[in-house]
Write a protein that binds this ligand. Sequence first.
Ligand code: CA
Length: 229
Amino acid sequence: MRILIIEDEYPLADAIQEILKRNNYAADIETNGEDGLNAALTNIYDLIILDLMLPQRDGLNILKELRKNHQTTPVIILTAKATTDDIIKGLDYGADDYLTKPFATKELLARIRAISRRKDKIIIDNLKYEDIELNKYNRELSCITTNKKIKLSEKEFLLLEYLINNQKIIITKEQILDKLWGKESLELEYNNAEVYVSFLRKKINFIGSSVKIKALRNYGYILEVNYDS
Ligand code: CA
């Protein structure tokens, strides 16, 4: 799961990023409203943590723009102004939840878990596709027919999660770069995506699964299953 933090207080943004990373989420930070909106519109994020008082463009405006563009990524609002009006406005504009500053990190994590459970594509603890299961908490990949297991690295996990959540859809190398590296992806080359696909293929083979990551020349990748081979 990749999370976008839009927050202009650097220490708070860094602290949230640190907590998220420790809990196996990938997280990027944007510190002004304009960059925040542009990042959110890339559609690579599974959740957005949004401050309301931001330079250049405020949080409610970002939220409005996102929903106007039919972007349904869940949003948790962070607000120092705990006025009921702001909270009601935020929820009316399509926020999924809100937290008032200061908040306990445990509470933030619980809200994130609650939202992931509500997102219909994500199954509570394990993501499943054909004969493989992926544990979201310890990043363990297992094959239900062979019972073999292997632990995935953070990026391998993000890649497989992305492929499973978008099964039947071709995922391009560019989308893989954005998903795995977020903001840093601009400095990378397409073969970084190929490298991670090959790591993941080796692990899927190792556990004896029939799942394949099929490459479609000049398009990208898609999951498929081949029980005969
Ligand atoms: Ca702020």
